[in-house]
Write a protein that binds this ligand. Structure first.
Ligand code: FAD
Length: 463
């Protein structure tokens, strides 16, 4: 038997005793679990995949791996866009996808305690039945897990007003690299005991611990009155000017999303939603203040759209019409993926720099002769230029990579950050190192060494 086959067999036998019937070692499963949605990031098939069911089981598997020098890659739904869940040399993947129980919804204290494999939308639906709302809504809310959202500090569409995942995670149960189980954080409205280790774990991309339970803060569901303002712009820059002006005016919309023509076309060709095909750029704002105050804000947003060159500025108050428009935004990424491998950018620039950054992105597309489509959580300055290379065109792929690096450079030059919400994973390692610099990288290294001295948990990711 070859060395590799022996290791595979050892892993299968050892792990099967810890998670009976839930250890996958067939080629198809190893391939399916070897990477997330970041097609361009490297990966190596894992030795095995464990579909964990409980905190204790995760702890036993981590201990097993640590004792053998095997690395552990935690995984939620694998919808990540930076290669964070990609398996690496000599690793096993621990999937949390079967841990789908919501343990508790506390209406009086407004929190929920849940397992990590619960899908974001499922948690939102679950708590809605109690009159409560979990705001963070990544565009992947129908497919990504709460554990993955916490591990990446996911943002989303309403985050411009309501904040990102970190603003809602109160506490968690975590399996450390030693296999020890710890409980972090609190379930109270306030609390400052000790270092904010919950905050540290949020966005740690599986490198410091495996989150096996999360307590999230909830808001009351009622009390918002949604209306959308839609504007059609003659160019990306014009839409960018409107975004900067809304911020300067002190208006905080509940969403401010940008979708360009390439994305609108791709979505409509796929789903026939009746979207306009001849529009250069669409801005979609949501205002959710109640009554006259909300109407007045919507008027101000519409006026800003028009001043920036927006035409046919429309309102929508019908909830179905609003969800159809936002569905187009949610479908933009999968629609583009149908056209070829997509290299997804995730930069975040100051809102005042959005027009300039959008201009530079177009320059880069022209210079590198690549197709770049754009969607953005524009109200946060969080832009997703999507670089598309035709299948099998290696030269275009190489140019796409150059464009990717150029966009990162421009973003840093404009005072931005290399990842607004997807995480560093593997795709943004160079950019993160440049942004953070030597001393801060050493702080990261010290924290990693203190919590995971053997480098068991997702080594080589995040910084
Ligand atoms: C169509 C589409 C739209 C998207 N829109 C958004 C968006 O609007 N905003 C946004 O922020 N992201 C977005 N994403 C990216 C992705 O959905 C998020 O990063 C999401 O939080 C990942 O969740 P997941 O369950 O798929 O995690 P995975 O992809 O499985 O893992 C992500 C990272 O978290 C780690 N991890 C996962 N679970 C755990 C755990 N329990 N404990 C410790 N570490 C863990 C993994 O090791 C990896 O590093 C989008 C992706 C797609 C495909």
């Amino acid at each position: 038997m070859g060395l590799m086959t022996t290791r595979l067999q050892e892993a299968a036998d050892g792990l099967a005793a810890l998670a009976p019937g839930r250890v996958l070692t067939d080629d198809a499963a190893l391939a399916a679990y070897s990477h997330d949605e970041a097609e361009w990031a490297p990966f190596v098939p894992p030795l095995a995949v464990v579909l964990a069911r409980s905190t204790e089981e995760v702890a036993a598997v981590v201990r097993w791996a640590a004792e053998r020098g095997v690395r552990v890659v935690p995984r939620g739904a694998g919808t990540g866009l930076s290669g964070g869940a990609n398996s690496i040399q000599n690793s096993i993947v621990v999937s949390l996808e079967l841990m789908q129980q919501v343990f508790e919804v506390n209406v009086d204290e407004r929190y929920a305690r849940t397992q990590p494999g619960v899908i974001n939308n499922a948690l939102r639906d679950h708590v809605a039945a109690f009159g409560l709302w979990y705001p963070p809504d990544p565009a992947s809310s129908a497919i990504s897990t709460i554990g993955g959202n916490a591990a990446t500090n996911a943002g989303g569409i309403c985050c411009v007003k309501y904040g990102v995942t970190r603003d809602y995670v109160l506490g968690m149960t975590v399996v450390l690299a030693s296999g020890e189980i710890v409980s972090l954080g609190r379930a109270t409205a306030k609390g400052v005991t000790g270092y904010d280790l919950t905050g540290l774990l949020v966005g740690s991309e599986g490198t410091l611990g495996i989150i096996t339970e999360v307590t999230v803060k909830l808001l009351p569901l009622a009390g918002r009155d949604e209306r959308a303002v839609i504007g059609y712009f003659p160019s990306l820059e014009a839409a960018g000017v409107a975004v900067a002006a809304i911020s300067r005016a002190g208006i905080v919309p509940a969403a401010l999303e940008l979708i360009d023509q390439a994305c609108l076309r791709a979505v409509d060709d796929w789903q026939q939603l009746g979207l306009p095909g001849n529009v250069d750029t669409l801005l979609l704002a949501k205002i959710d203040e109640r009554g006259a105050a909300g109407d007045e804000l919507a008027d101000r947003v519409a006026a800003i759209f028009e001043t920036a060159g927006g035409t046919d500025v429309e309102r929508a108050t019908d909830p179905e019409e609003i969800s159809r428009l936002f569905l187009a935004r949610r479908l933009a990424y999968p629609a583009l993926e149908r056209l070829g491998p997509v290299l997804t950018e995730d930069i975040c620039v100051p809102r005042s720099a959005v027009p300039e950054m959008l201009h530079r992105i177009q320059q880069t597309a022209a210079l590198q002769n690549v197709t770049i489509a754009n969607i953005a959580h524009a109200g946060d300055g969080n832009l997703h230029p999507l670089i598309i290379a035709p299948v099998g065109d290696e030269a275009a792929k190489a140019r796409a990579k150059v464009a990717f690096d150029r966009i990162v450079e421009d973003c840093l030059a404009l005072g931005g950050t290399v990842t607004g919400e997807h995480g560093v994973g593997l795709l943004k390692l160079d950019g993160a190192r440049r942004e953070l610099g030597g001393a801060v990288i050493r702080m990261h290294r010290s924290i990693k060494d203190a919590l995971d001295p053997q480098g068991t948990l997702n080594p080589g990711k995040a910084f």
